[in-house]
Design a protein. Structure first.
Length: 134
């Protein structure tokens, strides 16, 4: 009985240490593990090969949200590979469902994010206890 409890406690301690030190262990094991497993445990999602120019060519750009002048041009200082893929897919889905322009889809997505966080579209809090003026 005591052997089983001590073996279980040793196993739990080892499991806890692996989870606690996974940020240090995974880089050591990353050359032996597939990237999907490493990405799952490190909360790292590698970007796909969509660059800003690819996304601009796919229609994810407008006069109000100009990818080319802000991110692709020389001297822009942009080090990212492209826009957030999840956000781009959500905007594309809204464009397809609502049959709206890119700017309107961005506004719809932005208002959904605001509503989820308890903020009205005009920027005021929806909480009745919030103090908005003195």
């Amino acid at each position: 009985m005591f052997f089983h409890l001590s073996a279980l406690s040793v196993f739990l301690i080892i499991a806890f240490l692996i989870v606690y030190y996974r940020s240090r262990l995974l880089p050591l094991l990353s050359r032996y593990l597939p990237t999907s497993i490493v990405a799952r445990f490190t909360n790292y999602q590698p970007l796909r090969n969509f660059s800003f120019s690819d996304q601009a060519a796919a229609g994810i750009s407008s006069s109000n949200f100009d990818l080319e002048s802000n991110n692709i041009a020389e001297g822009s200082g942009e080090s990212r590979m492209g826009l957030d893929e999840a956000g781009v897919e959500e905007v594309r889905r809204i464009m397809a469902i609502e049959r709206c322009t890119f700017d309107q889809a961005r506004l719809i997505r932005h208002n959904k994010i605001l509503a989820k966080n308890g903020i009205a579209p005009d920027g005021t809090p929806l909480d009745s206890k919030a103090i908005t003026r003195l």
